[in-house]
Design a protein around this ligand. Structure first.
Ligand code: MLT
Length: 404
């Protein structure tokens, strides 16, 4: 008799956002007259910027003619996109990252989830608590953790690093030494940011203990302050201890189009083995690349018009973030994030648990958010709202919350 991968049996319940979607669907079926506003999953609502739509349309036309048709993309992604990424996202910020160190993919979620494959299952992972569930779940699936422990509300063998208001949601170095450290800033779910000095300390720590940092920079486009690093490679020495993930979902609205990239510097070596070569091998074997038309749209993000149109879209969402921050403060909530990030992290009122608040908000305000405890035990008593709604819905949601 064949056997399943038993590591999958350790995973708790459903993926957080699937559980929420199911609850909301049930509520809507029972209350068909109620207009539900979704500020739960971080999915964008604004249409693709015109310059991106043009790029997509032009690329589709190319596909319609034998002499301009494109089949399989090159393993690492098209050079026209990788060179724009290297120039705009790195070299212009003083980071010496070349196009050959960039791997284009269909999104940061897949890369964040898949990257662990190139590391030994004996490695110990450290994650922030609360945390984007993908980092933990994919390591559970790979067998890099023990069983789920209901008491600690976490998996055996995982180093959880508490992120609380007391430490500005930036973790302290763990007592136990990790091999792989997942960091995400601007942070999902807390909306917190890390300063360059703090990030440099993490780079120095990783070098000292011989760990690799897996840095998720999916929300870097929301950074409004010059003090906050856009990339871990702004820190000295990061090229020899860090891998970085980027998404086009949150800056350019590609959640439904799918595009992202991962940077694996050539000088990143583990006992003499090049991680760049391992990831290239994995990419070539398991992946046939993001579609040509999507990579063309990705390159349009870096044109002058593309940058301007995308900037407007980010401002649009950040106006929502300010509206949520102000509205919640006025309604008496304790709030965090929402300044350099599209997420607002609020303390649930009284002693209400995160899921109790979820139910209350859905029932009484018909607003969907994400329970903080779904991101880890230190998320208990917190709740996440996203700034990715429309202005109209965000305003309406806040009016309803204020009335609650
Ligand atoms: C979130 O809501 O945390 C994000 O949408 C997750 C993701 O980007 O996969």
């Amino acid at each position: 008799m064949y056997k399943v991968n038993e590591n999958y049996l350790k995973i708790q319940g459903n993926y957080l956002f699937s559980t929420i979607a199911k609850k909301v669907q049930e509520f809507s079926e029972q209350n068909p007259d109620k207009e539900v506003i979704r500020l739960g999953i971080g999915d964008v609502t604004q249409p693709l910027a015109p310059v991106l739509v043009n790029a997509l349309q032009e690329a589709v036309q190319e596909m319609a003619s034998a002499d301009t048709f494109h089949g399989y993309a090159p393993d690492l992604g098209y050079e026209f996109l990788r060179s724009e990424i290297a120039k705009n996202d790195y070299q212009s910020r003083g980071c010496q990252i070349s196009a050959e160190e960039i791997f284009v993919s269909d999104g940061a979620k897949c890369d964040c989830g898949n990257i662990q494959e190139i590391f030994s299952t004996d490695n110990k992972i450290a994650v922030c608590d609360p945390v984007y569930p993908v980092y933990v779940d994919t390591n559970v699936m790979a067998g890099r953790t023990g069983k789920y422990d209901a008491v600690i509300q976490g998996y055996e063998g995982v180093i959880y690093m508490p992120c609380m208001a007391e430490n500005d949601f930036v973790p302290e170095f763990p007592k136990e030494v990790p091999d792989m450290i997942y960091l995400c800033y601007p942070n999902n779910p807390t909306g917190a940011v890390i300063t360059k000095e703090q990030l440099q300390e993490w780079v120095d720590y990783a070098q000292k203990v011989g760990a690799v940092i897996l840095y998720d920079a999916a929300y870097e486009a929301y950074i409004a302050s010059d003090e906050i690093p856009h990339s871990i490679y702004e820190c000295e020495g990061a090229k020899s201890c860090a891998i970085e993930f980027h998404s086009f979902s949150k800056n350019a609205g590609f959640t439904g189009v799918r595009l992202g990239y991962t940077v694996v510097p050539k000088e990143l070596k583990c006992g003499g083995v090049s991680l760049h070569d391992l990831w290239a091998r994995r990419h070539g074997t398991k992946y046939n690349g993001a579609p040509y038309i999507v990579q063309k749209a990705g390159a349009a993000v870096y044109t002058k018009e593309g940058k301007a149109q995308i900037k407007n879209q980010i401002s649009y969402y950040m106006e929502n973030a300010s509206m949520i921050l102000e509205g919640l403060k006025q309604a008496g909530y304790q709030v965090y994030g929402g300044v350099n990030a599209p997420y607002i992290w609020l303390k649930t009122p009284g002693r209400m648990s995160s899921w109790e608040f979820f139910d209350e908000l859905l029932k009484n305000a018909n607003v969907v958010g994400t329970p903080g405890s779904g991101f880890g035990p230190h998320g208990e008593g917190y709740f996440r709202l996203t700034a990715f709604g429309t202005h109209e819905n965000t305003k309406k949601a806040l009016e309803r919350i204020a009335r609650m």
